[in-house]
Design a protein around this ligand. Sequence first.
Ligand code: ATP
Length: 252
Amino acid sequence: MNKIIIGDHLVKSFGEGDEKHNVLSEVTVEIKEGEFVAVMGPSGSGKSTLMFALSGMDSVDGGNVFFDGKNLSAVEEKELSDIRRTKMGFVFQQPTMLKNLNILDNIIFPSMRDNRKNVANILEKARVLMKRVGIEELESRDITQVSGGQLQRAGICRALMNNPKIIFGDEPTGALNSKSAQEIMDIFSEINASGTAIMLVTHDAKVAARTERVMFMRDGKIVSELKLPKFVGTDIDARVEEVTAKMREIGI
Ligand SMILES: Nc1ncnc2c1ncn2[C@@H]1O[C@H](COP(=O)(O)OP(=O)(O)OP(=O)(O)O)[C@@H](O)[C@H]1O
């Protein structure tokens, strides 16, 4: 299968002189089209930095990122932001929504900015997505009138509006109770089953256990990897046990 992302010997450091701190130390990582991966590791190990590097949200000091065959390290900022907007989706722990817009308007806002002419199509797409994630009744609600799980579903709809090739999720279930978190993971599983690659950064073994490959980071390096069969709704306890056993084995 083709690779959607290749991170080749990525180096990233923060600080200067004696304070200089390597956060990514020659990290090489590949994600295939349609693959579902997780990145785990202790706080500060470089997980988010790796995700920011692979998505072109942040630059690297060394190495190259190839997205869909294109070297992101070599493209201009305008092209980079076009690639991010049209081919990538982002879901964060706390969805950043505009307070003066309702749920539907928040979902369509980035797409409207890109293409004002296609309002009817954009609205239709948003409504299909809202139905898919179970928030079709909430389109006129204010963002303060929905639960955290519902807001995260809206964030996922927004991320899916452009049919991205990959969704990056940084602790997307981190602010949710365990029931809502499982529901959000059901949605991610369904999105992945329809062909979208997903990369999640998580501390939660239950989240990582839903994916098919878990990369473990420590001190800016990928120190281990666990492969799992595609999740088909069964054996979650055994999968969680595999993830936690691996974490124990490598001491994270
Ligand atoms: N903009 C920045 N300036 C300086 N240091 C930074 C910056 N961003 C990240 N760091 C440092 O880089 C290291 C890795 O951060 P990163 O956020 O990638 O870790 P993480 O594994 O995602 O952690 P967590 O699980 O706590 O979110 C940390 O030591 C962090 O303090």
